[in-house]
Write a protein that binds this ligand. Structure first.
Ligand code: ACM
Length: 368
């Protein structure tokens, strides 16, 4: 994948390393993060909203040596690897490993479903320290200036229900739970800044007040990016409707492999039509747009070949969009793409042909 990024002049690989369903990197100070947090009992079968399970344990994680090797390989090809350590939500795997990070002390297991749940770490100083410790080891592995701390999809119900969280909120003079999240994110941002790094977070970090110097990754739309750039922050704009590569690339009933949602569908023409510098920004504010990125979440991506199928050729469209001025012509792009696809074929990339999957590709999914 790093070779393919370099081939398309894409210079950043963002790795989402922690979530409710698994913690995916070795941290020496907290071994249970991978002993417990990297393994789940089972996963959803079919769309997760159907509530069926596959009954098969799943797990794994990157060792520090794996990540050092990856970072060095990528650096030789001018690709920077940005790690994401998600907080304060999407935290069930780490709470399963260390129940004291949660709000009730109950013993959980890494989550066996997909989507959003209300597990959120508690807002104690000791939890902030946990992340400082984790980040110390992360910063040693990843020289990236930019470090992603997640911040998305963190329902506040458990902070509302927790007397201790409410007490901390009052002690810190915070008006509500959004400000409490913002407080949390600011502690982490200040720590990263003290280490010479820049914090990146999903656009929810705007809620409750944006941390000084934070970079916003706008995923729900452009608005978060526009608001942050208007306030003088750097932004990466990657709205789900255009650049989420876990979405179907043709209608879900047209013989595509199972993907995240039956109605979420982004074909290559839609990706190509995306303009990552919002028209609402002034000339000066536009300088804050660092770029865009395609997101490939992998709930329904079981193999590297399947990742290639979802990424290519839509990622070719993203590469051209981020490196060209807004006057673009899809027909012209498609003509050039038809010349490019045989190159991917020669590299044995399992890309999706423009007129649909091959019989061989269909047969692979049928066997799962
Ligand atoms: C996200 O897709 N929750 C960033």
């Amino acid at each position: 994948l790093v070779d393919l990024l370099a081939l398309h002049k894409l210079n950043t690989l963002h790795l989402h390393l922690t979530d409710d369903q698994g913690w995916r990197l070795q941290i020496d100070k907290y071994p249970r993060l991978t002993e417990v947090g990297a393994w789940r009992r089972e996963s959803p079968l079919g769309y997760y909203t159907e509530g069926k399970a596959d009954g098969r344990p799943h797990g794994g994680f990157y060792t520090k040596d794996d990540l050092r090797e990856l970072v060095a390989y990528a650096a030789e090809r001018f690709v920077n690897v940005v790690p994401e350590i998600e907080l304060p939500g999407h935290a069930q795997a780490q709470i399963a490993a260390y129940p004291e990070l949660g709000n009730t002390g109950e013993q959980l297991e890494p989550w066996t479903s997909w989507g959003i749940n209300d597990q959120i770490v508690n807002p104690e100083e000791s939890t902030v320290q946990f992340y400082r410790d984790v980040l110390d080891e992360v910063l040693e592995l990843f020289p990236s200036r930019y470090i992603h701390i997640g911040g998305d999809e963190a329902p506040k119900t458990r902070w509302r229900d927790s007397e201790r969280a409410q007490e901390l909120m009052r002690e810190r003079g915070l008006a509500d739970e959004e400000e409490l999240q913002s407080w949390f994110v600011r502690q982490i941002g200040a720590y990263l800044e003290s280490k010479g790094r820049i914090m990146v977070g999903w656009d929810e970090i705007l809620e409750g007040g944006l941390a000084p110097g934070a970079v916003v990754m706008s995923w729900r739309g452009e608005e978060g990016g526009i608001d942050a750039a208007s306030a003088g922050h750097d932004v990466i704009i990657g709205p789900e409707a255009f650049v989420y590569l876990d979405y179907y690339q043709a209608p879900s009933d047209s013989g595509e492999p199972l993907a995240i949602h039956p109605e979420k569908f982004t074909d290559i023409a839609k990706v190509y039509a995306y303009e990552p510098v919002p028209a609402a920004l002034s000339e000066e504010q536009r300088k804050h747009v660092l770029g865009s990125q395609g997101q490939l979440w992998t709930e329904y991506v079981p193999t590297p070949e399947h990742a290639e199928y979802m990424l290519f050729p839509r990622l070719c469209a993203i590469a051209e969009v981020v490196w060209s001025s807004p006057e673009r012509d899809y027909a012209d792009f498609e003509g050039r793409l038809r010349e490019h696809l045989p190159r991917l074929g020669a590299l044995a990339v399992n890309y999706r042909p423009l007129d649909g999957p091959t019989p061989g590709q269909r047969a692979t999914w049928a066997n799962r």
